[in-house]
Design a protein around this ligand. Structure first.
Ligand code: AMP
Ligand code: ZN
Length: 460
């Protein structure tokens, strides 16, 4: 059995085979660190973590590179507007360097809380200015760059198949172009290097063969990916919003610099959506992982929720669905914990699980296999061994989970005792009154054959 992945470049499901030996080389576009990551961004990193874990589960050695965009990402994808980092710094009254560091650390913490494996290599755009300048020079030497009053641009009209990844109709875009493109020759041309403006001082800027300034957003990814993974590596991934601009531009740069399409597979995670239609960091108001924790949720419940949907479909976030995911995860944890010591995994269930994840990371179906296994009549030690094996991909850290012994306040204990008495006297109205009082203090009661159990409620 091979792993099959949906490659956005060929728009097809293809069997994965590393280019070189047994090593799978992955590059994932990292965060732009001008603010905290929102839970939508984190969905993409959960998908990429699932991909990496699946490749490792299969037996490949993985090199996983994630970049940190700490310069050059402008507020508009059309290469106009302000640098997001410089703008974020002004808003917070800190330096651009402080802002970048603060949100890089916050992002890494989020990954730890979600049990996302650390990449083998983190690389920051500002640490790779020389590599970016030399890639831009190569593009210029080959005649694909031109200079305007505000920067060095890539001439997309010179590349025959520019935009193939997104199946862009470049001629149509140019003909139908309505916004002012300034000195750009074509709508799809993009900045390789931007010059610092004389009238607005920048904190992050460097000398270059053209003028003092800073790199465009797209050149950092292709330059760093090549430095760490080579001119043609196995998998490049990111969120689906990167298909139309960022990844088309990375490919264009690679075609000119190295004569490759950069990666053999291009994978894209679909979006998490909230009630506000689209989740966007630049809109100011958004949900962070900390927002879920503040409401009493476990970050791994969010991981579970993400795995209930296929990565190639948008996922609507609701508090109700998060509660549902949390209940399911807690049931799974409690079951696994209660099964005692594991022995050997069951081949048949393992095979079914593999079949689903190797089929373009079909985690919803893989979870269904897990629940069938939980309900099956296999011996507990075997169930446990199988699930712990599958957890290498699911990443719920089931082996280390222990039930939390709740410190229940005395008032709640007293109310529980009164409720039990009322129930024994079959006084249901009275018993319900106590349940409500207990709920107001933040606890849910779950009645089961073994008696009543208290659970701390997530905040509404
Ligand atoms: P950014 O910090 O904006 O550069 O984005 C970091 C990653 O999150 C990129 O791979 C984006 O494609 C991805 N992303 C942005 N918004 C969402 C969303 N609502 N749902 C899933 N992924 C997203
Ligand atoms: Zn990128």
């Amino acid at each position: 059995m091979k792993i099959k992945l949906y490659d956005s470049y060929s728009r097809s499901l293809r069997e994965f085979e590393p280019i070189k030996g047994n090593r799978a080389r992955i590059y994932a576009c990292g965060p732009t660190v001008y603010d905290y990551a929102h839970i939508g961004n984190l969905r993409t990193y959960i998908f990429e973590d699932t991909l990496r874990r699946t490749l490792e589960f299969f037996g490949y050695e993985v090199t996983h590179v994630v970049n940190i965009t700490d310069v050059g990402h402008l507020t508009s994808d059309a290469d106009t507007g302000e640098d997001k980092i410089e703008q974020g710094a002004k808003k917070a009254g800190k330096t651009a360097w402080e802002i970048a560091l603060l949100y890089t650390e916050a992002f890494k913490q989020d990954l730890v809380h979600l049990n996302i494996l650390q990449p083998d290599i983190w690389c920051r755009a500002t640490d790779h200015i020389a590599e970016q300048i030399s890639a831009i020079r190569a593009i210029e030497k080959k005649g694909f760059a031109y200079i305007t009053t505000d920067g060095v641009y890539f001439d997309t009209s010179k590349l025959e198949n520019y935009g193939y990844l997104a199946r862009l109709d470049v001629a149509g875009l140019n003909a139908g172009q309505r916004v002012d493109i300034g000195e750009k020759r074509n709508t799809t041309d993009f900045a390789l290097w931007k010059f610092s403006r004389k009238d607005a001082a920048r904190q992050m800027e460097w000398d270059s063969p053209w003028a003092r300034g800073f790199p465009g957003w797209h050149i950092e990814c292709s330059a760093m990916a090549v430095k760490y993974l080579g001119e043609m590596f196995d998998i490049h991934c990111g969120g689906k919003d990167h298909i139309t601009v960022h990844h088309c531009n990375e490919i264009a740069q690679a075609q000119v610099c190295y004569g490759t399409q950069l990666a053999n597979f291009w994978l894209h995670g679909y979006f998490l959506e909230t009630d506000q239609a689209k989740m966007s960091k630049s809109d100011g108001e958004f949900l962070r992982l900390a927002s879920l924790v503040e409401r009493g949720h476990d970050p791994l419940s969010y991981r579970y929720l993400c795995l209930t949907a296929h990565y190639r479909g948008d996922l609507k976030f609701t508090w109700q669905s998060l509660n549902g995911a949390e209940t399911a995860l807690n049931r799974l944890r409690a079951a696994v914990h209660a099964w005692g010591e594991p022995d050997n995994p069951d081949d048949q269930y393992l095979q079914q699980f593999r079949h689903e994840v190797y089929n373009d990371l079909n985690t919803p179906k893989a979870l269904a296999v897990i629940w069938n296994l939980v309900k099956s009549n296999l011996a507990p030690a075997r169930k446990k061994a199988t699930i712990l094996e599958c957890d290498k991909i699911l990443g719920f850290d089931l082996a280390n989970w222990r039930p939390v012994v709740l410190e229940i306040p005395d008032t709640v204990k007293t109310l529980m005792a009164l409720r039990t008495q009322a129930r024994q006297a079959r006084n249901w109205v009275e018993a319900d009154k106590f349940r409500e009082q207990i709920a107001e203090l933040g606890y849910d009661i779950e009645d089961s054959a073994k008696g009543a159990v208290l659970r701390k409620k997530p905040l509404p």
